[in-house]
Design a protein around this ligand. Sequence first.
Ligand code: SF4
Length: 260
Amino acid sequence: MFYAEDKRATLCISCQVGCALNCSFCATGKLGLVRSLSRAEVVEQVRFALLETSRRGILLKSVVFTGEGEPTNNLQAVLDSAAIISDPQLFAISARNITISTAGNAPVIKKMALNPLQFRLAVSLRARAPDNRLRNQLLMPINGIWNVDAVLDTAFDYHSRISVEYALMRDINDTQEHAFLLARSLNTRASWAHVNLIPLNEIEDSDYKSSTANNTALFQNILKKRGIFTTLRSSKGQLIDGGCGQQLAAKVRDGDEHVQ
Ligand code: SF4
């Protein structure tokens, strides 16, 4: 599915059916891993979207691996398909407009750095609050293996400019203290990060709730005052049962047109 604004669209694609990472707030995580997609299946999502966008007079400008699945768990197919998508003779979407989003597998991010094509990297901190106490609640079990500092260090080794995706959950990771900790965590590294703040996409039978507007605004202001670029996303994903329950919603922006 893609999201279009001013006749330019961002396409969100999946690399797996389901996901093995089992994040406790995520609808896809509850499925478990069904299977990984082949590179042809990944590319097919782009081919189909290109047909649809050109039919509607929309330019497909960027592609984000933020649908179902964890890209580092299907890395070869992700890199192969991204190479095809960026090939000027084929889909011709610039590598700098292709973003691979990971929940944070540090060794695999290191492997990505060896790839000749450097795609953009987005690190999903989401439910990972930036303090150890909360991290250890294992909202994202992978967090127990590679902590936030390890993931950020590896991500900044990969590239000096990254995106950080942070899902705001009410009374879980949306307090001012968490904002201060996140800001410090980013500012202690001599690099550049753009933080996408994402209201949680609430799923059925889950205790996790989206942050309030007031808490979200306070959180964002703290980051901004510390010189961190932020964008507040709006979450329309719940209207469409978007794949990951989080990741698809991350790319739906205020005022964007959602097209299926
Ligand atoms: S949030 Fe992302 S990494 Fe976690 S279970 Fe869902 S799809 Fe997988």
